[in-house]
Design a protein around this ligand. Structure first.
Ligand code: UDP
Length: 381
């Protein structure tokens, strides 16, 4: 028997679920995508003028400790080794980020060893006898107030337009604090970039006779009635026509810079000073170091609250949003034959590897027990 499956959203989550169900030979999948392209926010395309692979919604880098996920994505794309390095520009000077031993010594004008730096930073840190309640406490108890003020405070004000005390601790906990000289942005075992971009990866995932794709197609709940099961990786609140209010997201705006020669000569510079209006500049040819661009293309990134017409990027998850979220969770629990999945479906700030892992697990669960599916692929709380 072939099950009739509808998937909403052609990002990594939707594509992996589609592929796994298609490969089982027991499902026929129809995938609907609102936008005119595949790959969701990791969409990449070749810029005709420069020849550079551009990341339309901001740079993506694949990094994971999950060897199964790493092996899985390599079935669908050739990955080139890539180590991401970022500097933070603060008062005209560049410092390695995440904060490491070199950052500490450059910032304080010291020559600490690892152990000395650890003891010194500990003496500057907020002492907490309980887990940090918000991003400010998390950062102050890890970095101390001087490093926090220099590298986090201004950047957070620009990226989130909210005081760090209103943000969940998980936001700043994404960045480690290092007392060695490791200067890679991510500490993961596997890191790389798909040689032909993320769109090609998603196209390869979806290249299967059991998958039919409709792009530029907006779907409502009424269109889903005939499906045996629906996987919804679009925004959770959109499924319910925002009946409980809008979940808050940050959106990004990009300002393009072009020049005949390299603009900043590296992939990403973060701007820590509050009076520089952009958060960071990404020069996209530096994400494909095996290619030579004909000209340089970079993007200044500005963050803003997401209006109804904007593309949502980051779930904010303030206390107030959690109350709205709780109401959507209650509504979702009354639905039948639907699973909300991925960053938008579960309203969580997840990286690509987590999206792939959760999609693999979600599809496996469906293939094991299709009549016993959870309403969320992972808990939104
Ligand atoms: N962050 C910061 N200063 C920086 C970089 C990051 O304060 O120069 C904070 C900021 O709140 C951000 C969080 O650390 O949201 C996590 O950073 P990450 O690089 O993971 O954010 P992303 O690149 O996913 O936007």
């Amino acid at each position: 028997m072939s099950r009739n499956i509808i998937i909403i959203g052609a990002g990594l989550t939707g594509a992996v679920i589609a592929r796994q169900l298609a490969d089982s030979g027991t499902c026929s999948i129809t995938l609907f995508e609102r936008r005119d392209h595949l790959a969701g926010n990791c969409f990449t395309f070749r810029d005709p003028a420069s020849g550079t692979m551009l990341h339309k919604y901001g740079p993506h880098i694949f990094h994971t400790n999950d060897t199964e996920v790493w092996t899985y994505v390599q079935r669908f794309a050739l990955f080139e080794p890539f180590k991401h390095r970022v500097v933070a520009r603060y008062q005209g000077r560049d410092y390695g980020l995440p904060v490491n031993l070199d950052t500490i010594n450059a910032f304080y004008g010291t020559q600490f060893t690892s152990d000395e730096a650890r003891a010194f930073i500990a003496s500057r840190c907020l002492k907490l006898a309980r887990p940090a309640a918000n991003a400010e406490e998390q950062a102050l108890s890890t970095l101390g107030h001087e490093l926090f003020n220099a590298f986090y405070k201004g950047y957070i004000a620009k990226q989130w337009s909210r005081p760090p005390s209103d943000l969940p601790a998980s936001v700043t906990a994404r960045l480690p604090m290092r007392f060695d000289r490791e200067d890679c942005y991510f500490g993961h075992k596997h890191q790389g970039q798909p040689r032909f971009g993320y769109t090609a990866l998603v196209e390869a995932l979806l290249d299967h006779p059991a998958i039919t794709i409709h792009t530029e197609t907006e779907i409502t709940r009424a269109d889903l009635r005939d499906a045996d099961h629906v996987f919804w990786s679009g925004p959770l609140d959109a499924y319910f026509d925002h009946a409980e209010g809008r979940l808050g997201y940050r959106t990004l705006r990009f300002e393009e810079l072009r020049a005949p020669t390299p603009i900043q000569g590296r992939a990403v510079v973060n701007y820590s000073d509050p009076d520089v209006p952009w958060t960071r500049i990404a020069e996209h040819s530096f994400f494909t170091p095996w290619e030579t661009p004909r000209e340089a293309v970079a993007f200044r990134e500005y963050a803003d609250d997401c209006g109804p017409e904007d593309e949502p990027f980051y779930p904010i998850r303030l206390i107030s949003e959690k109350a709205i979220l709780a109401r959507y969770i209650e509504r979702a629990k009354t639905e039948k034959n639907i699973t909300f999945a991925g960053r938008m479906g579960t309203y969580r700030y997840i990286d690509m590897d987590i999206a792939v892992r959760e999609a693999l697990d979600c599809a496996a669960q469906f293939l094991r027990a299709p009549d016993d599916m959870p309403v969320f692929s992972a808990s939104p709380i």
